[in-house]
Design a protein around this ligand. Structure first.
Ligand code: ADP
Length: 486
């Protein structure tokens, strides 16, 4: 908008028409005072100011405008019939005006100047806007940076207070911060502690995680500088993301040496105890068999029944010890497979017979196409897995003894599923079900067991390069499966 200031309405009228014909917005004032009031209230891109006015002349108005921050940058074109004198022009400039046009006004010259000033005003306004936007941006960045710095410092002081070894790194894995515990294991704040030569390499494992931006969890032995001894640690490195982008990694080494020692002692104990139990058990079994044989010639019903029961308990004890022995074999890496080709259907019917012997009311249903291939695997161990799945299916189904065995051949693999209609397993427990000594608490009081059967099964299947798992819903039964390559 352009403001025309002139004490003569006829002058204002002709100028207003001229400017409006060129599509400029126009406002008017009939005196210097009115002009000042309007300038304070509205925004103008240009002021056309008559010099000769009663009371306050144009120069006085311009001087006053130059004193207000709101108006000091508005361009002014002075109009004058007389004062074309250079000193007046200079006076005009000194008070903030920009140009000067003499009366009678030549419309072409005036329009030329108006357009130039108008453009100048627009450019200045745009520049000012950009500048203030930039200033705001800088302020925001400064604030964000300060907040970030504060958060990082908070993180560092938290890590410093931890009893664990802790560190942070940039997204590429360059270590940025280490706490004081770090120096018990490493001389340099930039290098990881020495790991045991038999353990996995930290940098290599971490690089794999960096590609997928996923956390790393690794058990490694690291060397303590003072004692030169390796200690088992659980290393966890977690990516910190902002807007889906990794901005930092935070890592801790937690000392698990004591835990490992206890585990080792427990495994040693298991191994010794099960071996020691096996020898007397074998002799008792032999004596019971001898007793049974000698009683055949001299039948005494009560004694035979007792002996049969003793046999049953002995075979339970035998299975238990066999399982414990398997566990210690797995721990020491001595569970070896003895693979041969065998007929899977024959194995299934022998397993079904064994189950019927111990579970008279079991109803085993066979589903899926029969397996005509010869399977190359450890038959005894696969039988062990099947018996385990089936006994569990019957054990954890107190009200329904119907169990199905379903087979499927797919992609060079045999898949076997054992499905029951039993108590089922809560979803959150399913991922642990194949773990060592794991039992679902909800059912552990009702059903006897040690929680090692499925662990042994998983190890047997793993050694066959197969897979295993469970699908289950509480109260609706479970379906345990395994696959092995054929
Ligand atoms: P155990 O039966 O001796 O406890 P397992 O390793 O065979 O040990 O099984 C681990 C746990 O898994 C069991 O304690 C039980 O809670 C659960 N489980 C296994 N099979 C089934 C099943 N078919 N239905 C429901 N729960 C099961």
């Amino acid at each position: 908008m352009i403001l025309i200031v002139d004490d003569k309405p006829e002058n204002i009228y002709s100028l207003k028409r001229l400017l409006e014909s060129k599509k400029f917005g126009v406002d008017t004032a009939l005196s210097g005072e009115e002009a000042l009031k309007k300038v304070l209230k509205n925004s103008y891109a240009l002021i056309i100011l008559d010099v000769q006015m009663p009371d306050m002349d144009g120069f006085e108005v311009a001087e006053t405008l130059a004193g207000f921050s709101k108006s000091k940058d508005i361009p002014i074109i002075f109009l004058s019939a007389v004062n074309t004198d250079k000193t007046f022009i200079a006076q005009g400039y000194a008070s903030g005006a920009i140009d000067y046009v003499t009366k009678p006004v030549d419309p072409d010259i005036l329009m030329l100047k108006v357009k130039t000033f108008y453009r100048l005003y627009e450019q200045t306004t745009a520049l000012n806007e950009i500048q203030s936007a930039l200033r705001a941006e800088i302020e925001i960045r400064k604030k964000v940076q300060a907040e970030l710095k504060e958060r990082v410092e908070q993180l560092y002081s938290t890590l410093e207070s931890l009893p664990q070894v802790a560190f942070t790194s940039d997204p590429e894995g360059n270590i940025e911060f280490v706490n004081k515990q770090w120096f018990r294991y490493s001389l340099s704040a930039k290098a990881f502690p020495y790991t045991h030569p038999d353990d996995k390499n930290i940098e290599e494992e971490w690089t794999i995680c960096m590609f997928t931006e996923s956390p790393l969890e690794l058990e490694v032995r690291i060397k303590e500088l003072n004692s030169d001894a390796y200690h088992f640690h659980l290393l966890r490195i977690i990516p910190i993301k902002e807007k889906d982008k990794v901005v930092k990694w935070v890592g801790t080494f937690t000392d698990i040496e004591d835990q490992k020692q206890v585990e080792k002692k427990k495994d040693e104990f298991l191994s010794i105890a099960s071996h020691e139990l096996k020898t007397p058990l074998t002799s008792i079994k032999a004596y019971v068999q001898l007793l049974q044989r000698s009683l055949k010639n001299n039948p005494d019903n009560t004694a035979s029944t007792y002996l049969e029961r003793a046999q049953l308990q002995l075979s339970k004890l035998n299975n238990l010890i066999a399982d414990l022995l398997d566990i210690s074999k797995i721990e020491s890496g001595k569970l070896k497979l003895n693979k041969k080709s065998f007929n899977f259907e024959n194995l299934l019917s022998s397993v079904t017979d064994i189950i019927h012997q111990t579970h008279e009311n079991a109803e085993i249903i066979r589903k899926g196409a029969s397996v005509n291939h010869l399977i190359f695997a450890d038959e005894v161990r696969i039988e062990q897995v099947l018996i385990n799945y089936l006994t569990n299916a019957l054990k954890y189904s107190p009200d329904n003894k119907q169990v199905t065995i379903e087979t499927e051949l797919h992609n060079g693999h045999l898949k076997v599923m054992v499905t029951d209609n039993g108590i089922g397993i809560p979803l959150e427990k399913q991922k642990n079900i194949f773990g060592k000594f794991f039992r679902v608490e909800e059912s552990s009081l009702r059903f006897q067991g040690l929680g090692i059967g499925l662990y042994i099964c998983s190890e047997i299947i793993r050694q066959h390069q197969g897979s295993y798992g469970v699908n289950s819903k509480v109260g609706q039964g479970s379906s345990f499966y395994f696959t092995i390559p054929i």
